[in-house]
Design a protein around this ligand. Sequence first.
Ligand code: NAD
Length: 502
Amino acid sequence: MRIAVGTSDTSISGGSMRLVDNFIAGEYLASASSRRFDKRSPLDDRVIASVAEAGRGEIDAAVGAARAALAGEWGALTTEQRVDLLHGVANEITRRFEDFVAAEMADTGQPGHVMRHVFIPRGAANFKVFADVVKNVASESFRMATPDGQGALNYAIRVPKGVIGVICPWNAPFMLMTWKVGPALACGNTVVVKPSEESPQTAALLGEVMNAVGVPKGVYNVVHGFGPDSAGEFLTQHPGVDAITFTGETRTGAAIMKAASEGMRDVSFELGGKNAAIVFADCDFDAAVGTIFRSAFLNTGQVCLGTERVYVERPIFARFVQALKARAETVKYGRPEDHDADYGPLISQAHRQKVLSYYRKAVEEGATVVTGGGVPEMPEALADGAWVQPTIWTGLADDAAVVREEIFGPCCHIRPFDSEDEVVGLANDTVYGLSTTIWTTSLARAHRVAARVEVGITWVNSWFLRDLRTPFGGSKQSGIGREGGVHSLEFYTETRNICVKL
Ligand code: NAD
């Protein structure tokens, strides 16, 4: 097997282990303190990588490299030259496609077909799409009157914000990281990326791509580690970071916001959700069941846009519950490389403990367990993995913790409703506001309900369709700001006005 991530491998009993190092100023470096942590496979809990943990010294070096690159060759490039380089990055990712697929499969344990058809292609697209957006963006100008009758011309220029701190989660690591790095670089910034401690490999591998394509050293830097009292916190506290973009839990976002307030740094946050599906009796029943099955259980439920609350109009409630149960019971557990496997483990034992604690809580809170609720029987080789069953509940009160808190696992609660007003109230009765799906064949109702649900993204008769030019982000406690297309420019650039007296 090719060992990438700019590092070497070492033999351990039962297989090879990768050494994943920080990537600073174009070079892979271990921590000066030699601090490392283990990355374990979600499949069987085996140690698969030893990762260098960045301390304050490495963060300082990475931020320093990023600042130097801004003032150097990178800052001097024309937009066209930058765009060409980023197209080169996308092409090189495509050339190294299987390396990225392998690295992501190892870190997450998720089925290979999801990596191949969604996550890795989207990672490459993130560089191309934003390069093209930046190349084609218009700027504003206004001619104003002046007392002498000659007038003045105002025009706006966009400049990069500077060094962007990019802090990422583990659930679709490469896609979510490049969703930030692509526009940040397209706008002329430099980045210091802190991938999740659970998914360090694709961010590290991208360093090889940057070097191969000739992206100047220091433009893209990666520091590994944890959040509090580690690389994440040190990065957000560093005064050389001009703005912070973060995807992760709402609670973590609050901590990062505090750190960013020092120096009045801007933030862009994509946070947690407790997303509802609203199913009216006039829907295309099979399409609703099939897509809600995906939105609840794809990636083992570890999708921020996934569905954890399902509201079904009473006449079709019982039929819907039975149909979703039947689909959930067809999942095929397996390794990422198994062709027929469509369901992997959770990311880690810690996350599994959290999800299983909600499985127990649901029963304590009086749920009827329609299916699942525990741990599947796995073959001996996978018995130590972070496996849980896809789980469906009914019968919980609207104020049950399981209905209100984000679980981020393969589970949902289904509840009947009787009117449009009632279901809009139920869907909005949450601190979160990320996404909703609406299932109906009534065009008028679809538009009416879509305008009333308090979320950043609404899908009608669909889910997870994304045109990268559209605004993406959450309402309420699900996020701050919008990224996507020209909306990303609002965060990754600063607009300056120049007024010329004519
Ligand atoms: P998390 O908040 O635990 O961690 C995310 C990242 O933040 C990790 O890299 C972590 O090391 C770092 N971190 C943790 N504490 C920090 C601190 N105090 N300072 C700086 N960095 C810190 O989230 P997670 O468990 O990795 O991801 C799951 C969460 O992400 C879920 O809540 C999910 O809804 C959310 N998510 C949201 C979106 C979206 O687009 N809205 C997309 C994907 C995931």
